[in-house]
Write a protein that binds this ligand. Structure first.
Ligand code: PEP
Length: 249
């Protein structure tokens, strides 16, 4: 049985005080008995958010990291640093990292190996652009990102990751994929897990949907058989809307 995982990606938003207040509000009210919940604040606020959720079951994750353990990599964070500050997860290969900062599947793959080696759960993001969807390339793009980002991992290691399907055209645009559109890609990803690894891994790995998830569309998306949670951007910045996704009506 796969447990639903709702993760908030705050991106480059909020200040310290707002981050602490939001983390406390989520920790106080999120139904973490039924659902796994994670918050991914800007890296400078990670320690404060870890502190704000202390004593709750809310997990904290990074939004990115570099693959090396230490060294002359100005501006970067290592997997060990995320662990050290209290993170248990890290988002990798978000489409904004891929598009704005030129991250390749190979970069994501190096990071995925390094995150697992450090004991972090990587949330590995894949997703097609509107042009790719309209050109009928969705399956090929998803397969290429899946294979490239997970290259060299054992089945056991893949059992320790989370995949996030985030169609680029639905991120921050208000255009949500229909439950059928999302479910079709999630089912393809589940099949890829089975053919590339095995049936047990395919049945256990969680696949989140991300892209304009809101309280009013969450229930229908989360009801799909292969959608195991949500990676939420904009709607994770307010306690009411994030809590409304964690416990949709
Ligand atoms: C995201 O950034 O991962 C995301 C899904 O953003 P939004 O929910 O704002 O579309």
């Amino acid at each position: 049985m796969r447990r639903t995982l709702i993760a908030g990606n705050w991106k480059m938003n909020l200040n310290l005080q707002q981050s602490e207040a939001l983390a406390k509000a989520v920790a106080e009210s999120a139904d973490t008995d039924s659902v796994d919940v994670a918050l991914c604040p800007p890296s400078v606020y990670l320690a404060a958010v870890v502190n704000a959720v202390a004593g709750s079951k809310v997990a904290v994750g990074g939004q990115n990291m570099y693959h090396a353990a230490e060294g002359a990599y100005t501006g970067e964070l290592s997997p060990g640093m995320l662990k050290d500050v209290g993170c248990s997860m890290v988002i990798l290969g978000h489409s904004e990292r891929r598009q704005l900062f030129g991250e390749s599947n190979q970069d994501v793959c190096l990071k995925t190996h390094a995150a697992l080696a450090a004991g972090l759960t990587p949330i590995v993001c894949v997703g097609e652009t509107l042009q790719q969807r309209e050109g009928g390339e969705t399956s090929a793009v998803i397969r290429e990102q899946f294979e490239g980002s997970l290259k060299g991992l054992t089945a056991e290691q893949v059992g320790g990751i989370v995949i996030a399907y985030e169609p680029v055209w639905a991120i921050g645009t208000g255009k949500v994929a229909t439950p059928d559109q999302a479910e079709a890609v999630h089912a393809d990803l589940r099949k890829l897990l089975e053919t590339s690894y095995n049936a047990e891994i395919a049945a256990s790995v969680r696949i989140q949907y991300g892209g304009s998830v809101k309280p009013d569309n969450a229930a229908e998306l989360l009801a799909q058989p292969n959608i195991d949670g949500a990676l939420v951007g904009g709607a994770s910045l307010k306690a009411d809307s994030f809590l409304g996704i964690i416990s949709p009506r």
